[in-house]
Write a protein that binds this ligand. Structure first.
Ligand code: NAD
Length: 267
C-alpha cells in the first residue's frame, strides 16, 4: 500500500466498488495512495473490501437509486477523509442482450425502470450528492460507460440506451460543472464479472461471467485478440483522477473497449 503514488492524498468515492471493475478500481486507487469510500449494496462485498484494505477504505451499504444513500456515502467520505476529490459512478446492471421484440410490454416497462434507475438515475443522484464536495476540491468525476455507449451489440436495447444516456450525462455535466470539475467517461469492453441484470426481468441471479464463458468468447470481439480482466481497464481511471495528469480533459469518453476496430479476418 503506497501513500505516495499518483493518487496520494486524494479522497475518492466509487459506487459498486464491491466486485468486478469497481473492485479493481478500489484496489488500484488504494495502491496509488488514495483513500476510497464505497457505496455498494452488498454487505458481504463491503466486508471483503474493508477486510483487505483496513482504514484506507470506508464502506457504505446502500443503493445508488436512493438520494439519501448517495448523500450518506459523500458525508462518510468527507467525515473520514476530510473531503472528496473524485467521484466514480460505476454501479450498473446489464440486460443480457435482451432484444426489444423478446420483451413483453410489461417486462419492457419494468426493465426500463429498474435498469435506468441504476445506470442513469444512480449516476445522476451520485453526481448531485458529490458535486459540492468535489467542486470544493476542484476535483473530477468519472463515469463507467461501456462499448455499448458507442456501438450496438454490447447489450440489448435497454442497456445500450442507458449507457448512451451515460455519455450524454458526461457531456452535459462537463459543461455544467466547468470550470471547477472535470467530468469524463470510461468505456470498457466485456469482462467476466458478477454483473447482474434487473430482478424485474428475472435476470437478477445470473452473472455476465456465467454467460460469457472463458476468454475465448470475449477475445473474439476485440481487435487486440485477448480477453481483458477488470484490472486491464483501470489505468484510464487513474489518469483521469490524478492531479495534473489530464488537466485538459473534460467531457471526454475514453473508448478503451478495443471493439470499435473490426477484427482481422485471419485472427
Ligand atoms: P459487478 O456486478 O461485478 O460490479 C457492480 C457492483 O455494483 C456490484 O458489486 C453490485 O453489487 C453493485 N451494485 C449493483 N447495483 C447496485 C445498486 N443499485 N446500488 C449499489 N450497488 C449496486 O459488475 P461490473 O462488470 O464490474 O460492472 C461495473 C460497471 O462496468 C457497470 O457500470 C457496467 O455497466 C460496466 N461495464 C461492464 C462490462 C462487463 O462486461 N462486465 C462491460 C462494459 C461496462
Amino acid at each position: 500500500m503506497s501513500r505516495d503514488g499518483r493518487l496520494a492524498g486524494l479522497s475518492t468515492l466509487v459506487t459498486g466498488g464491491g466486485s468486478g471493475l469497481g473492485r479493481a478500481i478500489v484496489n488500484r486507487f488504494v495502491a496509488e495512495g488514495a483513500t476510497v469510500t464505497v457505496l455498494e449494496r452488498s454487505a458481504d462485498k463491503i466486508a471483503g473490501l474493508v477486510g483487505e484494505h483496513g482504514d484506507r477504505v470506508r464502506g457504505v451499504q446502500g443503493d445508488v437509486t436512493s438520494a439519501r444513500d448517495n448523500a450518506e456515502a459523500v458525508s462518510t467520505a468527507v467525515a473520514a477523509f476530510g473531503g472528496l476529490d473524485t467521484f466514480v459512478g460505476n454501479a450498473g446492471l446489464w440486460d443480457f442482450g435482451r432484444e426489444l421484440l423478446a420483451m413483453s410490454p410489461p417486462e419492457l416497462e419494468r426493465g426500463f425502470d429498474e435498469l435506468f434507475g441504476v445506470n442513469v438515475k444512480g449516476y445522476l443522484l451520485g453526481a448531485r450528492a458529490a458535486a459540492d464536495a468535489v467542486v470544493d476540491r476542484r476535483g473530477s468525476m468519472i463515469f463507467t460507460l461501456s462499448n455499448a455507449s458507442l456501438y450496438p451489440r454490447g447489450g440489448g436495447v435497454l442497456y445500450t440506451a442507458s449507457k448512451r444516456a451515460g455519455a450524454g450525462l458526461v457531456s452535459q455535466l462537463a459543461y455544467e460543472l466547468a470550470p471547477h470539475v472535470r467530468v469524463n467517461g470510461v468505456a470498457p469492453g466485456g469482462m467476466a464479472t458478477d454483473l447482474r441484470g434487473p430482478r424485474s426481468m428475472a435476470l437478477g441471479d445470473t452473472a455476465i461471467a456465467d454467460v460469457l464463458g472463458g476468454g475465448e468468447s470475449l477475445s473474439r470481439y476485440s481487435a487486440l485478440d485477448f480477453a481483458p480482466s477488470a484490472e486491464d481497464y483501470v489505468d484510464s481511471y487513474v489518469l483521469l483522477a490524478a492531479r495534473g495528469e489530464s488537466r485538459t480533459v473534460t467531457g471526454a469518453v475514453f473508448d478503451i473497449s478495443s471493439v470499435g476496430t473490426p477484427r482481422r479476418p485471419d485472427l
